[in-house]
Design a protein around this ligand. Structure first.
Ligand SMILES: Cc1cc2nc3c(=O)[nH]c(=O)nc-3n(C[C@H](O)[C@H](O)[C@H](O)COP(=O)(O)O)c2cc1C
Length: 164
């Protein structure tokens, strides 16, 4: 099956430690999609990512449903894409809050197909995708996929072949 099609897709991803970034690059390479890194204005340090420390940045953001970490501009205009692959790590079996910033600030998501892809240590896909639907209610959400950390390229390719 031909994975590269003439309608442009976008791979938009956030990755704090590099695993999601690897998957995003594989998807872009295999599909010919454009790549956009959802880059925090304030990068996450090791201390920020310490989920065992209740006062760390990641814990504070997790505890605050209104937290919206800022993203380095410019944001992509999704109007020109049909399909958006949206990648992020699993944080407490949910998307990090910066993904909500992305969904709320990005223009042109109405009617677009959004396909979540998640990198996690052990959490399954679960509600990672569905919890995001209210933040882009007019998009056409697909179920998406969860990979363990950075999977082999063949696994990513096999998954892409299942997408219509
Ligand atoms: C704050 C935080 C919370 C995490 N929560 C989970 C979790 O609930 N389930 C899980 O399987 N992995 C969890 N992990 C592990 C990451 O999802 C995993 O290492 C992922 O590959 C990181 O992707 P990245 O390298 O793109 O940042 C967590 C990691 C961090 C830093």
């Amino acid at each position: 099956m031909e994975l590269k099609n003439k309608n442009k897709s976008l791979v938009a991803y956030f990755s704090a430690m590099g695993n999601t970034a690897e998957i995003a690059k594989m998807i872009a390479e295999l599909t010919g999609a454009d790549l956009f890194e959802i880059k925090p204005v304030k990068p996450y340090t090791r201390e920020d990512l310490n989920f065992r420390e209740p006062t760390s940045r990641c814990c504070k953001e997790h505890d605050n449903p209104k937290a919206r970490p800022e993203i380095v501009e410019p944001m992509p205009d999704c109007g020109k894409y049909d399909k958006i692959y949206l990648g992020f790590p699993s944080w407490w079996a949910e998307a990090p809050r910066i993904i909500l910033t992305f969904l709320e600030k990005t223009k042109g998501l109405e009617g677009k197909t959004i396909i979540p892809f998640v990198s996690s240590h052990s959490s399954p896909l679960g509600q990672h995708g569905t919890l995001l639907h209210p933040f882009a209610p007019k998009a056409n959400w697909q179920a998406g996929v969860r990979f363990k950390l950075t999977p082999p390229k063949q696994d990513v390719e096999a998954w892409l072949k299942t997408i219509k």
